[in-house]
Design a protein around this ligand. Sequence first.
Ligand code: NAP
Length: 255
Amino acid sequence: MRPIPTMRDVRRVLLLAGTTEATRLAHVLVRVHGVDVLSSLAGVTNAPTPRAGRTRVGGFGGAEGLAQHLRDHPVDGLIDATHPFAAVMPFNAAAAAAATATPSCRLLRPRWMPTPADRWIDVPDLQAAAAALSSLGAKRVLLTVGRQSTWAFADHDAWFLVRAIEAPEVAPADHQLLLERGPFTVTSERALLRDHRIDAVVTKNSGGAATKAKLVAARELEVPVVMVARPAPPEVTIVDRVDHAVAWLDGALGS
Ligand code: NAP
């Protein structure tokens, strides 16, 4: 594998995007460091956030497709800043980087950790989350798992307040849709839980500040939170902050 490039050497970066951190990293690399960044989006959101640098949309065609892209368009660094719940792309990125000897790392924000005052029910996946709601006897649920994951609750008979950035294709039978993009405040989240008499919250352990307020509000109101664990990541270099990704590119975190 080629050595990790120093910032002086970094001209082109392929950034696998889809997170707030990816947008921020593109901004810093392009505007501050003058790097040529190509941000890649899966195309699941119809109105993605505007970002600095160039953008492409759509899958590459698996790990081999991504490797071919890297051969056709070589970069100094590949940064996988996909969502902590993206289960396929991180493995494709790792395989394609290895196949093309492209220095790569994953930008993965830290997971949320419970405090002693939290009432979290930790579950391994979405199906287990639905089962946990039944065990809790939840009747009015705030569902914040993203529009691609609401299918797991389609047959559940509770009432759901489904919050997502865009409308899901499959939703629980009895639900109200709330189309909103964070960040949210503790004040507004407390009001949301109270006004809708929410008795359980379901969320993925995405981490990050933008959507953490619901956990604080749930703690204050003693509402249980069904917390879906992250999928296992591939064994790659992981950085957990945007400035650490920049430092990695700059060689400071390189091995
Ligand atoms: P995934 O399961 O890891 O990826 C599925 C397929 O989508 C990949 O095999 C790839 O297709 C394509 N893809 C994923 N990310 C891509 C990117 N940045 N650029 C180009 N193609 C990409 O991911 P997912 O869970 O479907 O999520 C899709 C996107 O939404 C990701 O970018 C992720 O960051 C974002 N997102 C996901 C969640 C979530 O909860 N899963 C939440 C918020 C945002 P090919 O194999 O054809 O290359």
